[in-house]
Design a binder for this molecule. Structure first.
Ligand code: IPE
Ligand code: IPE
Ligand code: MG
Length: 254
């Protein structure tokens, strides 16, 4: 497609964005700092969320050039319902608009979109937009974008354990079948590889219930930048620095 050619610049050796075979295949991002970004400008928190949503496209477009096949972003946690009704309602409206506005571009750019998290608490209109976008982009394979919406790591593992228990109750599995691999097949992320690199913006050095199971051996990068200020250049720098890390997975390095 012509459009894909346009957004994928040739890999120039001096670009600093050349794909490294040791680069991360799956990057997950905790997009934090929207509220503070807005407050610093004397604006309501939702202004920051809107600015933050606009940063996603730039990071997503950089992925093919950087060799990142999977990008997972934390949009709303199971704990974010504790915020004011105004903020929660504004975020839900933003998610609906984001999906409607970006669907065509995502499809054209070869992005396959998935959602993880519990849909039960989300309103029907949003859930049907999510379902439609997943279906619409299901033939794409250039980049796999996963959006974590009403997602919590503990909630995900709990739901997986419940489904597993149900399978046992139904006699389709026995307790002897329960191992890490079987449990992982019941997680929302069952079709995704584990993240290699998790980035959190805004200076907070915590996980806040994001991909707890899947990030057991992920590398972490905490940066001070507030999410609405995060750029392609910073993303490229972090991805490039990943190649220098020595991942040992409990073993001794060669
Ligand atoms: C992250 O930004 C977005 C969501 C949690 C929805 P915040 O809204 O947490 O921004 P800060 O951390 O208050 O600055
Ligand atoms: C994590 O950020 C959730 C998202 C980015 C969606 P929070 O701002 O909710 O996390 P805490 O409250 O600072 O731990
Ligand atoms: Mg925050």
């Amino acid at each position: 497609m012509a459009r894909q050619d346009q957004i994928t610049p040739p890999l120039a050796p001096h670009s600093g964005e050349r794909q490294d075979p040791r680069g991360p295949e799956h990057v997950a991002i905790i997009m934090d700092g929207n509220g503070r970004w807005a407050q610093m400008r004397g604006r309501p928190r939702l202004f920051g969320h809107h600015a933050g949503a606009q940063r996603i496209r730039e990071v997503l477009e950089a992925c093919p050039d950087l060799g990142v096949k999977y990008l997972t972003i934390f949009a709303f946690s199971t704990e974010n319902w504790k915020r004011t009704q105004t903020e929660v309602a504004g975020l839900m409206r933003l998610f609906r608009h984001y999906i409607q506005r970006e669907a065509r571009e995502l499809l054209k750019s070869g992005v396959r979109v998935r959602f993880i998290g519990d849909r039960i608490k989300l309103d029907d209109k949003l859930v049907s937009l999510m379902d439609e976008l997943e279906l619409l982009t299901s033939g794409n394979d250039k980049v796999h974008l996963t959006i974590a919406l009403n997602y919590g790591g503990r909630d995900e593992v709990t739901r997986a354990a419940k489904r597993l228990a149900y399978e046992i109750e139904m006699g389709r599995l026995t307790h002897q079948d329960v191992d890490a691999e079987t449990l992982a097949r019941f997680l929302d992320t069952r079709v995704l590889p584990d993240p290699d690199l998790v980035i959190r913006t805004s200076g907070e050095a915590r996980i806040s219930n994001f991909l707890l199971w899947q990030s057991a051996y992920a590398e972490y990068e905490f940066v001070d930048t507030l999410w609405p200020d995060f750029t392609r250049a910073e993303f490229a720098r972090i991805v490039a620095s990943y190649a220098a890390r020595d991942r040992r997975f409990g073993a001794v390095s060669a």
